[in-house]
Ligand binder design. Structure first.
Ligand SMILES: Nc1nc2c(ncn2[C@@H]2O[C@H](COP(=O)(O)OP(=O)(O)OP(=O)(O)O)[C@@H](O)[C@H]2O)c(=O)[nH]1
Ligand SMILES: [Mg+2]
Length: 355
């Protein structure tokens, strides 16, 4: 049987230095990529590693296991696995909500839990339970105890498999349970490469590679831009009061136009590293045409005319506009038309406000 890396699950090999799974010696337990990620953090990772979602779901389905579905609350909408109950026929699923420590300090955790239940209902998803777990990267004791209690309650003699989007915190969760840095984690999505079994008490925990969401902006962000696009610090939302036809730019990733608005408040929940430009709507076309990739950066588009335009009217009192993978705007007040421009592969979603 092939030997696999204990950090990321990839099959170890010592023939091709450039290929995944390379180790200088087959005696070693970790591949060189995991070793470098853990000790020097100098390996670039992106989502272009060819993880096949359907094959992964099939492998998970074949296990006799309780599914812990790990969902990053600050990237909630892209973490939704559409039709998860259909993919995992008859499986018991418990949703583990990670990274709530990244939400602003004054946010009520009960409100977030209710929001999650509501979003699951809207998406027609059934889970056995929802467990809120902040600070798993700091091995938060309360979170670990809640996960163990959920596993004891729902496992019924079966194994446990983790499932979720890339970067949701699956390997971090397992390290917290194991109380050691056994599995490789990193701030970039795409760290775990294959199903990785770990013996735990008298059963097996399975770490898995992240599901790739083809509608998330992060899937298209080049490796060197990822650290600026991803949330890893507590959110520090920026608030704007907009009076007339105005336009906001989030770096060169998103353009938001608010037409015929009166005293509208727009709160921007994006990575602090992204610069927000505010300007007049009538000048926005010219600005985006001339300055995309320069003043308006970072970007994944070379021509703003290739970007997709979403249009909506505000019909919810407090509405979020979510840019899959990147963050969201929360809009309150009177506004007639809203236009959002993003890369054509990326989803934009309108929902009742989370916060
Ligand atoms: N603030 C915060 N960060 C977390 C939490 N859980 C995980 N992280 C961070 O999220 C990043 C991704 O964690 P991983 O455990 O590598 O995520 P993963 O789901 O295994 O990712 P893939 O292997 O790429 O599928 C790391 O930088 C973790 O430190 C949490 O509860 N709070
Ligand atoms: Mg992982």
């Amino acid at each position: 049987m092939s030997k696999t890396c204990k950090g990321c699950g990839v099959i170890l090999q010592n023939e091709d230095k450039e290929a995944l799974g390379y180790t200088p010696s087959m005696e070693k337990e970790y591949c060189q990529r995991c070793f470098r990620l853990t000790h020097y953090n100098d390996v670039m990772i992106s989502m272009q590693q060819g993880i096949d979602n359907d094959a992964l779901l099939e492998k998970v389905n074949a296990l006799d296991a309780l599914v812990l579905w790990v969902v990053d609350v600050v990237d909630f909408e892209s973490s939704i696995i559409k039709g998860i109950n259909r993919h995992l026929i008859g499986k018991d699923i418990v949703l583990i909500c990670t990274k709530s420590d990244l939400l602003p300090r004054d946010v009520n955790p009960n409100k977030i839990a209710n929001f999650i239940l509501h979003r699951l209902k809207v998406n027609g998803i059934h889970v056995k339970g929802v467990v809120m777990c902040p600070n798993l990267h700091k091995q938060d004791e309360e979170s670990v105890a809640s996960i163990e209690a959920a596993m004891d309650h729902f496992r019924a003699g079966r194994d446990v498999v983790l499932l979720g989007n890339a970067n949701a915190g699956k390997s971090t969760l397992l390290n917290a349970l194991l109380q050691k840095q056994a599995l490789t984690t990193s701030i970039h999505p795409g760290t775990t490469l294959d199903i990785n079994p770990i013996l735990y008490n008298d059963y097996t925990l399975y770490d898995t590679p992240g599901i790739v969401n083809k509608k998330s902006l992060l899937t298209y962000v080049p490796e060197d831009q990822l650290k600026d696009a991803i949330f890893f610090k507590q959110l520090n939302p920026k608030k704007y009061q907009l009076k007339d036809n105005q336009s906001l730019a989030i770096g060169g990733y998103v353009r938001l136009d608010l037409k015929a608005c009166e005293q509208v408040s727009v709160v921007c929940y994006f990575s602090e590293s992204l610069t927000i430009h505010r300007g007049k709507m009538e000048q926005a076309d010219e600005l985006w045409e001339r300055h995309l990739g320069e003043m308006l950066s970072p970007t994944i588009d070379s021509n703003y005319k290739d970007m997709k335009k979403y249009t909506t009217t505000k019909n919810i009192k407090k509405m979020d506009i979510v840019i899959a993978g990147l963050g969201w705007f929360c809009i309150q007040g009177e506004v007639k038309d809203i236009h959002v421009y993003v890369n054509k592969n990326v989803d934009v979603l309108f929902r009742e406000a989370m916060i």
